[in-house]
Design a protein around this ligand. Sequence first.
Ligand SMILES: [Ca+2]
Ligand SMILES: [Ca+2]
Ligand SMILES: [Ca+2]
Ligand SMILES: [Ca+2]
Length: 696
Amino acid sequence: MRYFPDRLAATLDASRHPALYAIVGLGAAAAMPVHAAPSATLVSASSQRCLDVSKGSPEPRTPAIIYDCHGGANQQWEFTAAGELRTLGGTRCLDITGGSTRPQAIVQSYTCHGGPNQKWTLRPDNTIVNPNSGLCLTVRGAGTANLTGIDTWPCEGTTHQQWSVGETAPPPADTQAPTPPRNLAISALACRSATLRWTASTDNVGVAYYDIYRDGQALGTVGGSTLTAQLVLVPGASWGVYVNARDAAGNVSQASTSLRVNIPQCQADTQPPSTPTGLRGTVAGTTATLNWTAATDNVAVVAYDIYRDNAPVGTTGTLGYTDAGLAANTTYQYALAARDAQGNVSPRGPALSLTSGSACTDAICSAESMANDTDIPWGLVALPDGTVLYSRRDAQDIIALNPVTGVRESLGVIPNVQGTDGEGGLLGLAIPPGFPDQDPWLYIYHTSPTDNRIVRVRYQDGTLNPASLQVLLKGMGRNKFHNGGRLRFGPDGKLYATTGDAQNGAYAQDIQHLSGKVLRLNPDGTVPADNPFGNHVWSYGHRNPQGLAFDSLGRLWEQEFGDSQDETNLIIKGGNYGWPACEGILSRSGTGCATPGYIAPKYTYRNTDGSCSGIAIVRDSLYIACLAGERLYRSEIRGTGLANVRQFFVGTYGRLRTVEPSIDGNLWMTSSDAAGDKDSIPNNTDTEIFKVMLKP
Ligand SMILES: [Ca+2]
Ligand SMILES: [Ca+2]
Ligand SMILES: [Ca+2]
Ligand SMILES: [Ca+2]
């Protein structure tokens, strides 16, 4: 090996080593292997202090010293098979400066190169000798104080040359998630059961579990050595099935690709349901509410189709329907037919004649479709000038909607967005209180290839400037489902955000992790000084929180997707909302919802009636848009609870995702068709933007 003088010899103690030049090996630039082998402290017998790389610096030529033992990575040493003494996670070697073989040569940490000045042997008398020079590792000047340097000296066996092996470092924590399971396949598919198989994931330590899901709902868990699961199916349903791998440290993989399973019926059904009877209705202003008696079927009725003046206006699985937005003082003929799961439709029942009123008398007067879209409208903000901006989840762009003409214009694609073939993509939007004059930023929550993040982009004079994009906060976990994604500025001028648990319930209870949380940020992304945990976390124990809204008292309300039960929460600083031990009011593990400190929801919903995402508060009424429930809830905020909870548009406009206040005291609302939803493919769905008029 060739050696060169090093100009950085000035870092040495020139007063004691006036003639010494540091010299370095050519191998310094080569990539060094990182060792994970056991390492331990080396304790000096004279001082009981530990051999230490000064200040833990990874810089080559950092002096070795003695220091109070703390067991940090710069006090962990490993004797390797090559005779080296490695530290700092195996990345650095104990090194005699300049390759010197003379006494009083300074000992430092340096890039490992295998040279003779990096070889050390621990002998039975607890001295550590460098075989090349025959000199021993020595505390300089027989010192015992912190920061005393280390050099070489003839071996005399004194206590300042004796080192005992101290505490062994714990094995490094596993922070690496397994790879996604692959090659999902179904066999033995029957109407109520099937066998699912997949190809194993890999992991740096090992896969401990596989979690099986369908469309965001847990189906079960098997051990890491099992690559198959028996599924319990619902006849006639169509499920998107996927698997996540999990290691013993709780790291969850990204989801596998979804496998579409079209479940057969248990029996062929050619018999239509009975004709619906008992249709009755009431009218309040321009809103008609219908109810009827259940029809019967040889298997089961799954839906009712509602007709107004012989034209289909909606479908519902319940025994009621709200038809809002009628013309005033007009007579309509309603009828309905019943449908089974295999598409057999009954004759329409007898017509019901209803006449609308002259004015809006109910809380919600009407909904008018203002625009159609072919992608999924997700976040939506009404700007002070009336323009509506909304994000398109899979198309990854921002649309400006003229609220008068209904004309739409794309303001451009947001960079670095990546969907998750599930719920991720371009998600929530928010504008700050001073928008646009004092603060011209549009705040955006999106999924990236590696995480979920909050960014902002300048919006001025009707245009977005993507080059102005600033990343405010990143590192929120991503997965196929549970990406959170709503944003809202509070009356305190802070930005609040909901983050999903990324399909890892343990994250929700870890206040150091940004997943499964309500977060609170300064508008520039920094941590507000009065946050409860010194980081961005505002509340925790959330599964897949969605909408956020503030009431007139400045209190924060939040909507959250559960596995089988959804919830509306009133959020307080530092609060723990229970997930994963408690879901809604259902205990799932341990002491469940009875756990001291867990904060119960203000209202819960079966997810078939709920699966609600966006929320809005107008005049202290809370509006909640629901996907699977295909309805808009309206409740009145009374005290710390919700009163007079009512449902509107049940089944009328299909799945509803977003509701936002308009600048004129009404609502914007968006629909979200099931087709094209659980994928990242742009423009493969059919959605609408509605203006909802409220009773003034
Ligand atoms: Ca791992
Ligand atoms: Ca039937
Ligand atoms: Ca909860
Ligand atoms: Ca899509």
